[in-house]
Design a protein around this ligand. Structure first.
Ligand code: SF4
Length: 372
């Protein structure tokens, strides 16, 4: 298959997650929904179910507003809205990690609003570096396992987890390699790049790895395109087709990202030596450079200008999800770090309920004038 055919396949899956879910259910598989961030999907996979990411959708929020104040981000409200509207029917459970204040409330709201889908909280330790943090993390993984055993009517087997860890590490590696190859090929559009990352949420990791590896080879076989402006993107979510169309029509080429729904999710592998559940704990301890994770040294702040320089970006675009406190706390520091490094940066604010992105277009067009 050509690169464009493989991109089209990713786009189809990214745009139709329900069709994917129906396909898995028809095959007799069970599906477990995984909310942001860092849900232990390896555990779900090892128990024979398909983990499917839920990040809300671009839509108007209605019923979920009965459960949330207006200043809660549209991602978590969207998850509850879709649950109320039966979009997730057939799922065996939802795992929701509690890594920000919005997610803490969202879990309880989901439980009340969507009683047909068992809600499984994953409570991560704030201080994940200390031994007590590791113990706390493991205890909560064990709680998730025990709830999954009930929801899936199956038993957890740690030996199978070792196999799933390898599958996920392999997928992480493929996704990192895809990002590197896309950085070298300006003809890869923002929309295509987004579709590859988004489709990963709705497929088994083994299936997605196979597609991404074919795609990497197909892109490498192409002559790299020319004439687009290299930029670095940071934020939580950048999957809106309208936003990606603006990036593409403005001639921007994303050379690397620090986006939670994209590269942030694939930076860290689980070690493979030792007891598999401990390896998963170690993976969480080793994960960093993310606004939602405790980081006394704020390494995330320097990562953005460092990577922007490393990949030859002319500027940094910070895509702020409206009402996201963790990102709002990091943004001024990241901007300062970009200024100090001499890298122009700009912020655009997005929301899953937005229908018009023209303000973002105006900001980006003005930013391009600065970069030229
Ligand atoms: S976008 Fe921000 S507020 Fe919303 S779930 Fe993510 S971290 Fe929490």
């Amino acid at each position: 298959m050509t690169a464009n055919e493989l991109f089209a396949k990713c786009a189809e899956i990214a745009q139709n997650p329900r069709a994917q879910m129906d396909k898995y259910l028809a095959q007799g598989k069970k599906v477990v929904l995984t909310a942001p961030y860092y849900a232990p999907e390896e555990i779900v996979d090892s128990m024979g179910a398909v983990p499917m990411g839920v990040w809300g959708a671009d839509m108007e929020l209605n019923d979920s507003k009965k459960f949330f104040p207006t200043f809660i981000c549209s991602i978590v409200q969207g998850i509850v809205e879709l649950g109320i509207n039966h979009v997730y029917d057939g799922a065996s459970a939802i795992i929701m990690p509690m890594l920000c204040d919005s997610l803490k409330g969202a879990g309880q709201n989901f439980k009340a609003a969507v009683p047909s889908i068992p809600f499984i909280p994953m409570t991560y330790p704030q201080n994940r570096f200390a031994d007590f943090g590791a113990k706390y993390c493991k205890a909560n993984y064990l709680t998730v396992i025990s709830e999954l055993e009930k929801a899936l009517a199956t038993e957890f087997d740690e030996a199978k987890l070792a196999g799933s860890i390898k599958v996920f590490n392999d997928h992480n590696q493929a996704m990192r390699e895809f990002a590197e190859v896309a950085a070298m090929h300006p003809e890869v559009t923002a929309q295509q790049r987004s579709d590859v990352f988004k489709s990963a949420m709705f497929m088994t990791k083994a299936e997605h790895t196979a597609i991404v590896r074919q795609l990497i080879d197909a892109i490498k076989a192409q002559e790299p395109g020319k004439g687009r402006i290299p930029v670095y993107v940071s934020g939580i979510l950048t999957d809106s087709p309208e936003l990606n169309a603006i990036f593409d029509s403005c001639g921007l080429h994303i050379v690397m990202d620090d986006v939670a729904a994209q590269s942030r999710a694939y930076r860290t592998d689980a070690p493979v030596e030792g007891a598999p559940l401990d390896c998963l704990v170690k993976k969480f301890q080793n994960t960093g450079n993310d606004s939602v994770l405790y980081d006394p040294l704020k390494k995330h702040v320097d990562l953005v200008p460092d990577q922007a320089k490393q990949y030859g970006a002319k500027g940094v675009i910070f895509v702020l999800t409206k009402f996201c406190d963790p990102e709002e706390f990091d943004y001024p520091l990241i901007k300062k770090a970009c200024d100090a490094a001499g890298i122009p940066s700009v912020q655009i604010e997005i929301d899953r309920q937005m229908v018009r992105y023209e303000q973002a277009r105006t900001i980006l067009e003005a930013f391009i004038d600065v970069l030229s």
